[in-house]
Design a protein around this ligand. Sequence first.
Ligand code: FPP
Length: 235
Amino acid sequence: MKDIELKIPRHIGVIMDGNGRWAKAQGKPRVFGHKAGMDAIERTAIYAQKLGVEVLTVYAFSTENWSRPLDEVKFIMSLPIDFYKRFVPVLNRENIRIGMIGARSGVPDATLKAIDRAMMDTARNTGMLLNFALNYGGRQEILSAIKKLSADGKDLSELTEEEFSSQLTTANLPDPDLIIRTSGELRLSNFMPWQTAYAELYFTELLWPDFDEAALDTAIAAFRARDRRYGGVKL
Ligand code: FPP
């Protein structure tokens, strides 16, 4: 029993993909898929918390997503406003905290305000952290960290991995153990390139709005079957 408990990933990162295709398959506009994607976040977060996952990071908007049609960008940025109003009572009931990683600059004020309010209103919860990667880009995050260290006058020739990690927006979070990407795409798309060095990768053909409790069970079962050696050998 103990062994099984130990095999629950502490931190799961999800690259939610396929919202647009899901909507198109039903003859609906793309934004309909993003709305259904929010419901998938809700059920996945509630179930992950029940399983004992400590951090669930969802890739909500990448630094590259700004190149999407303006209407779609505006819609995605409005999602937190609706979502948090409806979701905060659920999060408080489920003991889940909200967090955000990514660059704040460029994100509309109303979006940030909704996220900040949700973070404040759930800050006392002691269970899982539901972390939104919003306006997030891994390479940009690495560059910002280097620039900050350099501006602080840090001697970079002495820099350790721990010091560097502490400058990233994921400071204080465990590295992801498992990355899930939906919709059959097989890439990481600038999602935590530093932090995923030893993560197990899991890809599923399911489109994100169809992701559910059973799909998370399947992903975790695949994770449990992996042999994590971190570059060493098993004796
Ligand atoms: C990919 O589907 C999904 C996204 C770009 C994420 C949409 C974001 C959410 C559902 C959450 C938003 C939450 C916050 C806090 C802003 P896609 O559009 O790339 O699908 P496709 O590959 O089928 O076109």
